[in-house]
Design a binder for this molecule. Structure first.
Ligand SMILES: CC(C)(COP(=O)(O)OP(=O)(O)OC[C@H]1O[C@@H](n2cnc3c(N)ncnc32)[C@H](O)[C@@H]1OP(=O)(O)O)[C@@H](O)C(=O)NCCC(=O)NCCS
Length: 204
């Protein structure tokens, strides 16, 4: 693994190289194409609801992040000819700003070679640096992949009132800093959560 500026270069277990970097507004179309190319099952696991098409306003919200209250990373293959995203991971701070909601997804053709772990590691590092103490996220209880992945990062999970959903929480080891340096606190993080839900959507 190596680092250039804010980008991180990762050698996956199958020998392929990928780049992980913060999302940028110019990723809007590539992000839409990435979600569209996922199988319906992958989109359901990612959004906890059957989402056939991710709405444009959500894509805009997902790609225009402030990198503090809403942090999003994308993965792309090294040397790909055009814009191509193969993974995304994000967190959105909650009202207390020391906790954030996370979500991630990896393209099917890039799974089980360590990319989900690399994205999680990068997200945890970013959260720690930003003073987020705990990353939590809801997952479908049937989702062995995310449960096993998060367990490898020390996550605990608890049932929710909805028996189909469990909540995963992982400690980042950060010292909490309540405000973004040099900026006023987020005006309404809870609205940001409802709006973007780090990828969770309202039911269709
Ligand atoms: C969860 C997800 C991101 C994992 O991505 P990935 O790139 O395959 O993960 P990794 O290759 O880093 O796997 C790390 C570990 O997680 C576990 N894991 C991953 N996929 C698994 C699966 N299908 N079944 C059981 N364990 C799995 C394994 O312990 C794995 O280690 P191993 O390969 O050495 O056994 C991916 O399956 C995905 O995108 N799923 C759909 C979206 C989703 O469920 N998101 C979570 C809710 S927001």
């Amino acid at each position: 693994m190596s680092r250039t500026g804010t980008a991180l270069f990762v050698l996956l277990q199958d020998g392929r190289h990928v780049r992980i970097r913060p999302i940028a507004p110019g990723d809007l179309n590539a992000l839409g194409a990435f979600f569209t190319a996922l199988t319906p099952t992958a989109r359901r696991l990612r959004f906890l609801a059957q989402v056939n098409e991710v709405p444009t306003d959500l894509l805009v919200n997902f790609s225009r992040v402030d990198h503090w209250s809403h942090v999003a990373l994308v993965a792309e293959p090294c040397g790909s000819a055009g814009p191509l995203l193969i993974g995304e991971a994000r967190y959105v701070r909650g009202p207390r700003a020391e906790c954030a909601e996370l979500a991630l997804v990896v393209a099917e053709a890039w799974r089980r070679v360590g990319l989900g772990s690399a994205l999680t590691r990068a997200l945890l590092r970013s959260a720690r640096a930003g003073g987020v103490r705990r990353l939590c996220g809801d997952a479908l209880a049937e989702n062995d992949a995310i449960l096993c992945l998060m367990r490898s990062f020390g996550a605990r999970w608890v049932p929710t009132a909805d028996l189909r959903i469990v909540q995963l929480c992982v400690e980042t080891g950060a010292s909490f800093r309540p405000e973004r340096p040099g900026r006023s606190p987020v005006s309404s993080p809870s609205r940001a959560i409802q709006r973007t839900s780090a990828g969770r959507t309202t039911s269709p």
